[in-house]
Design a protein around this ligand. Sequence first.
Ligand SMILES: Nc1nc2c(ncn2[C@@H]2O[C@H](COP(=O)(O)OP(=O)(O)O)[C@@H](O)[C@H]2O)c(=O)[nH]1
Ligand SMILES: [Mg+2]
Length: 381
Amino acid sequence: MQLSIVVPTFNEAPNVAEFVRRIADAVRGIDAEILFVDDSTDATPDVVREVAATAALPIRLIHRDERTGGLGGAVIEGFAAAAADTCLVIDADLQHPPEKIPELLARFERGDVDVVVASRYAGGGTATGLADRTRVLVSKASTGLTRSMFPIRLRDVSDPMTGFFLVDRRVVDSAALRPRGFKILLEILARRPLRVAEVPFDFAARHSGESKASLRQGIHFVTQLTALRFGKMSLYAVIGALGAVVNVAIVWALTQLGMGYIFAAIIAAETTIVGNFLLQERFVFHDMRDAASGTWVRFAKSFAFNNAEALIRIPIIALMVESWHFSAVVATALTLIVAFVVRFVFHSLVVYAPRKPGARPSRARDFVEELDEQAMSPGEL
Ligand SMILES: Nc1nc2c(ncn2[C@@H]2O[C@H](COP(=O)(O)OP(=O)(O)O)[C@@H](O)[C@H]2O)c(=O)[nH]1
Ligand SMILES: [Mg+2]
């Protein structure tokens, strides 16, 4: 098999027949298969089976009961199940013209690249099929933002957000990907340096049905981008910084209302400890929650640790200022930096530690390995 055409589908029943017809026409003479990875709740699987019976090329269907990883997760599953190493990803709604496939394949077969991207923004490409002005703006802005965040990796890629590309699946490190949401190509390109070529294409309007892109996907995307770029620890830092700002604001507000400073500081500290916990549960460690102990146990550990840490930090600051003659600001800043790292380590290793039955062979080694993995792992969302 020369080419596997991987097609993620979510409720695309009215598009399937026309899609398959155009693919079959376009890839005549190429030894190709179509692999639908379907999460639909409509009749898409039935239509696929019906069309497959008479189609001019082999068609397979993977129907998933769980929408793990959404569109991106579906694509990765498609790579794993594909008959060929050369995998082409294309949407089922005909916004990506199947007639371009031979050109993408020919470019790939020159043998000097790992990925061929069909680009709306390369010379000759267009994005007129985007639903409205807002989508055009969002698409352009997010593409610009993404490229500026990965100036080296995406140097040769004008359209890292396209869902139309061809890749040699052997260069995709599926285990390292956190395929969630729409931007699977970005994940692939950002994780490791790959050789990329582009082929311009005209992004058409949807054949039928509605786009599944949404504001939620947009928010998802921004967080995914941050995580891809800066990792889990930085998300944790962002939340910590946010907490610090809120902390100061609460102290300010309460003292304005006439409350004593110490009391205000305690209320502010406890509020931000709880707030930070909720945010880190949702955004930083959400992928570790299921395997860890229950919510209230996690909360108790986190709450106790942060309180103990604050209690210990204050005498240390005093010691630094009184005995070692640090300025109060420097002492506070230094202890906060150390506290940040210690807190992150404690949370990833203790609060969100997986429940494992039985004793571990070498705790020290486990500790170091886990620490390394947590610090480096992408804080995907
Ligand atoms: N398997 C699967 N496919 C999806 C999912 N969400 C979207 N898709 C498919 O991914 C492709 C692109 O989605 P679409 O809604 O057209 O996004 P847009 O082109 O950015 O507006 C289409 O073929 C969708 O059916 C999902 O959660 N799972
Ligand atoms: Mg589409």
